[in-house]
Write a protein that binds this ligand. Structure first.
Ligand code: PAF
Length: 289
């Protein structure tokens, strides 16, 4: 495994490997089992696996969150090596955003403006879209791997890849969960034992909505109310509980096809997100996230 810090060195490292498929797993480091799942998917499909580690300042809406974001490069490199990564691209901020940088990739419409876009501000998905575009251009992978936990991020990336004609296949891997159901996230390390226990209300709320939908509830407001009750019983006042169309992220009027249930909320000082796909009673399960 080699570690490169510049786009030029990354391109050099990949020059002789282009005859086979190149897979890119973009990360912000602080790797956990969820990232390992993405790396394994890439390892099994691609001849060369590239992983990027870059804590992208442009996508953080709060300076405190950026400052607190765990940086664990040594452990990340060990995990990458163990998962068979070939090339790690770990640039400094000045490599990604050199002096004079003035371009933003901005996806318009509900998929970027609602939910996380509304909570975190326009700049969040602009930051994600810009850095992912830069990473895709730097590595020019055949496939790029993302987790379904960040469903809205995936929708934004899908849009920009289609609109800009980026020649890459996006592979979306199911949300990786601890045995008790909590979605794996680099932010989980910030939870105290009590907060971690309370955070389990989030997957429980998603399960409650899934069960209610399967039992015949079609009113999105009734579904939201079920989730909110579960969350509030554990002291989580959600930023949102949304039942939306999985492609457009528009709120649905009635559950008559697959829908995405998305939850965000703070547990103590730590903001967590999670989601699942639901289907109306009698429909085939859409395959959860
Ligand atoms: O999901 C993440 O870790 C980040 O948003 C990504 C895709 C690496 C872009 O910084």
């Amino acid at each position: 495994m080699i570690v490169v810090r510049t786009v030029a060195a990354l391109r050099d490292a990949l020059r002789d490997r282009r005859a086979g498929a190149v897979g890119l797993v973009p990360t912000m480091g602080a790797l956990h089992e969820g990232h390992a799942t993405l790396l394994r998917a890439a390892r099994s499909a691609d001849d060369t696996v590239v992983m990027s580690i870059f804590v992208n300042p442009a996508q953080f809406d709060e300076q405190a969150d950026l400052a607190a974001y765990p940086r664990t490069e040594e452990a990340d490199l060990a995990l990458a090596e163990a998962e068979g990564v070939d090339v790690v691209f770990a640039p400094e901020a000045a490599e990604v955003y050199p002096a004079g940088f003035a371009t933003t990739v901005s996806v318009a419409g509900l998929i970027a403006e609602t939910l996380e876009g509304a909570e975190r501000g326009r700049s969040h998905f602009d930051g994600v879209a810009t850095v992912v575009t830069k990473l895709l251009l730097a590595a020019l992978p055949d496939r790029a791997y993302f987790g379904a936990k960040d469903a809205q991020q995936v929708a934004v990336i899908r849009r920009l890849v289609a609109d800009l004609g980026v020649p890459v296949e996006l592979v979306v891997c199911p949300t990786s969960r601890d045995a008790d159901g909590l979605a794996r996230s680099s932010r989980n390390t910030r939870l105290s034992p009590d907060e971690r226990a309370r955070a389990l209300a989030i997957p429980r709320a998603l399960e409650e909505v899934t069960d209610a939908a399967a039992a015949g509830t079609t009113d999105p407001e009734a579904l939201r109310a079920r989730a909110i009750a579960v969350l509030e019983a554990s002291g989580i006042h959600p930023d949102y509980v949304a039942v939306v169309d999985p492609a457009s992220f528009a709120p649905i009027a009635r559950l008559d096809g697959p829908a995405l249930v998305a939850i965000a909320g703070r547990v103590g000082a730590t903001r967590l997100i999670d989601n699942t796909l639901i289907a109306p009673s009698g429909a085939l399960a859409p395959g959860g996230s």
